[in-house]
Write a protein that binds this ligand. Sequence first.
Ligand code: QAP
Ligand code: CO
Length: 221
Amino acid sequence: MLDGAARKAYLKSMTIRPIIEVPDPRLKTISAPVAEVTDATRALMDDMLETMYAANGIGLAAIQIGVAERIIVMDISPSKGEEENDSQAEQAEDDTQDDAEAAEAKRWRDLLKDEKPRFFVNPEITWTADETRNYQEGCLSVPGFYDDVARPAQCKISFLDYDGTPQEIDCDGLLATCIQHEMDHLNGIVFLDHLSRLKRQMVVKKLQKAEREKAEQAVQA
Ligand code: QAP
Ligand code: CO
């Protein structure tokens, strides 16, 4: 990544694109593999990252901006506010009796501290752990709604990176959850599809109502 003035000039060339929301039928599309990582692919990834940051997200699949290609951007590094919370958490941990728990929490903080934006083109899951973990998920295409989803706790992913170079990584924690959530999008699946039909219908109805009200206000204005 660039720094200083170069980075500023570069950021200006990116575009924030509208994020499509449930129940937009495009979110059910199975996205197509990318034939080759080109400058156009990188420009799209830059726009996706900018769009994701602007919406305070940690992960975004191309279909969420209406592009049916197998591309994901992600940044799970702690935000400014969370870093402050973290130092408070650290203090609290120093006081706690449970050394094992404190060590585990610190291990996760240290892992996330060095996180940078990640780009995944044509990702494939090559292995998943038998152990599952519940994580409270959200989605930029399902604004304002969060719920627990159980997924394999660890996985291995092969993919092409920003330069088109093949990579393979071991995923754990938030990274494992987030990559699986985003890869679902490439196959037309949103996290609501992992919940009960009742919950899904309730959320869809709420989002439709919000959409209707927004349209009505636009007419009145
Ligand atoms: C997927 O989701 C994810 O409702 C990425 O009002 C999330 O970035 C994977 C967001 C959690 C694992 C755990 C959602 C922002 C962001 C909202 C996101 C909202 C504002 C969601
Ligand atoms: Co999502």
